[in-house]
Design a binder for this molecule. Structure first.
Ligand code: GLU
Length: 480
């Protein structure tokens, strides 16, 4: 018995022609969970045979994205571009066995025949024109220096795939084109390379998106042509946008880095992704990666597409913030702010902010969007708020408030509340006539945490500075 019989080996095989797509991240997660539930190996292969479209920076973004989700792979990364010679050697093997043939048709010629056929009958696959070329014809084409591609000869009958998710999928071979193995520029095609790689890497289970279902029979035929043992295939449902079309940029961001930049926690993102096309068949919704590993089963992957719902993601993210707790969220926030160029090296201050903001922030970015005033003195007063809440007597009232605030010790929420009560009694005004304008004065905004808590968190020094600035501002307003 070799390893193949004992160890489950799966892989994720992104093409570095774009950033790590949410769909690829989800497929990676399913493969990772499957490997971990089975004590198997999870591998990463970069499918960079398309040298024109593959980009180094995309490889970096894929690696960074997988690491952010903590989907650690078990062996060295495999790069397809390291195996060009191998693909060619194996292609020639098929040629020598009579299972593949050179095709000299140019793309223009093929297009012309396709168009003609489409007009006449509605469907066209490569017509095997080059399959039985005479020796003279071939020599002529070679002399002309025509580019040639190597095509796989599809045998008759049909191909069956026992799909782990969809059950039996049967395809008539007559519907499958003699597809290209090696392109005229010498590069292998996806369908060819993937079979050789999966075999070489001893992959036992190929879990990938539904969009590859039509490729699988082609690959199975190649496995058979080489006499390789078949892996098991499972096609996971696609992720769709809310309008039920394939998730694309139209629906918002599809690149993983966007979600990181928005301040979603990796735990929450992974939790959310797991539920796109899978469910544990319980009511429980918040799962750590270890809990996912404990619950994951391929049988519970859905057959139908999943819908990407950003509000659901935000909800899960908020749940995760609560689960991680104030101290941990503050520590994540510190890192996140740093990434946005905001340095706050006072952990206690950050913890107080997290506590004061309560459940309002659904992602770390919201701390900046809703609470910018925590990190800078440089803000302006909400225009509508200023119109509504600033009034002629306010300047004098703020001066009184300032006096009290300067002397206030200890500077706590309750003590601050008492000051407001005392002043409104003394000046015979409603508490609201102080609360609303002071909120604008210390934060620039009309909404936020409870004002007394907010003042406590900002601290005496900062609040004094801000109220002084407000007095100065009010002095310059013409209320007529
Ligand atoms: N490079 C292919 C993709 O990104 C891999 C498909 C597969 O897993 O075989 O879709």
């Amino acid at each position: 018995m070799d390893d193949r019989d004992t160890q489950i080996r799966v892989r994720i095989a992104p093409s570095p022609t774009g950033y790590l797509h949410v769909g690829t991240a989800r497929t990676a997660l399913f493969n990772y969970l499957f490997a971990r539930t089975k004590r198997g190996a999870f591998l990463l292969r970069i499918e960079d045979t398309d040298l024109k479209r593959s980009r180094e920076e995309m490889v970096g973004s894929i690696i960074e994205g997988l690491k952010w989700m903590k989907l650690n792979w078990d062996e060295d990364i495999i790069y397809q571009s390291d195996y060009f010679d191998d693909y060619r050697k194996k292609a020639i093997e098929l040629l020598d066995k009579g299972l593949a043939y050179w095709c000299y048709c140019t793309p223009d010629e093929i297009e012309e025949r396709r168009k003609k056929a489409l007009k006449a009958e509605g469907g066209w696959i490569y017509d095997r024109r080059c399959h039985n070329l005479s020796k003279q014809e071939m020599e002529k084409f070679e002399r002309e220096g025509r580019p040639k591609a190597l095509r796989f000869f599809i045998p008759p009958e049909y191909t069956v795939c026992q799909d782990l998710i969809h059950g039996e999928i049967k395809r008539e071979n007559s519907e499958i084109e003699d597809f290209v193995l090696i392109k005229s520029d010498g590069a292998p095609t996806y369908n060819f390379a993937v079979v050789l790689d999966d075999h070489r890497m001893r992959i036992t289970h190929v879990l990938r998106g539904d969009d590859h279902i039509t490729n699988t029979p082609k690959q199975i035929l190649l496995y058979k042509a080489f006499g390789f043992e078949l892996p098991q295939f499972g096609h996971v449902p696609l992720i769709l946008g809310k309008d039920h079309s394939k998730l694309s940029k139209r629906h918002g961001a599809v690149s993983l880095s966007y979600y990181k930049d928005e301040g979603f926690l990796p735990e929450a993102f992974v939790n959310y992704l797991a539920f796109l096309g899978w469910s544990p068949k319980t009511e429980k919704e918040i799962f750590s990666i270890d809990e996912l590993i404990d619950s994951f089963a391929i049988e519970n992957i859905h057959k139908t597409p999943a819908i990407f719902d950003i509000e659901r993601l935000e909800w899960i993210n908020r749940e995760w913030m609560n689960r991680l707790g104030i101290k941990e969220v503050a520590s994540r926030l510190e890192e996140y702010l740093k990434g946005s160029g905001i340095i706050v090296d006072n952990r206690e201050y950050l913890e107080n902010i997290v506590e004061a903001m309560g459940n309002r922030p659904k992602k770390l970015k919201h701390f900046i969007e809703y609470g910018q005033y925590f990190f800078t003195d440089d803000f302006s007063y909400d225009e509508e708020g200023a119109k509504k809440y600033f009034y002629p007597d306010l300047e004098d009232r703020i001066k009184v408030l300032l006096k009290y605030i300067r002397d206030l010790e200890p500077f706590t929420k309750d003590a601050i509340e008492n000051v407001f009560r005392e002043i409104s009694e003394k000046l015979e005004c409603k508490a609201a006539e102080l609360i609303h304008p002071v909120r604008l004065g210390v934060s620039g905004m009309r909404v936020g945490p409870g004002l007394f808590k907010l003042i406590e968190v900002l601290g005496k020094e900062s609040v004094i500075k801000r109220l002084e600035k407000l007095v100065e501002y009010l002095g310059g307003v013409d209320f007529k």
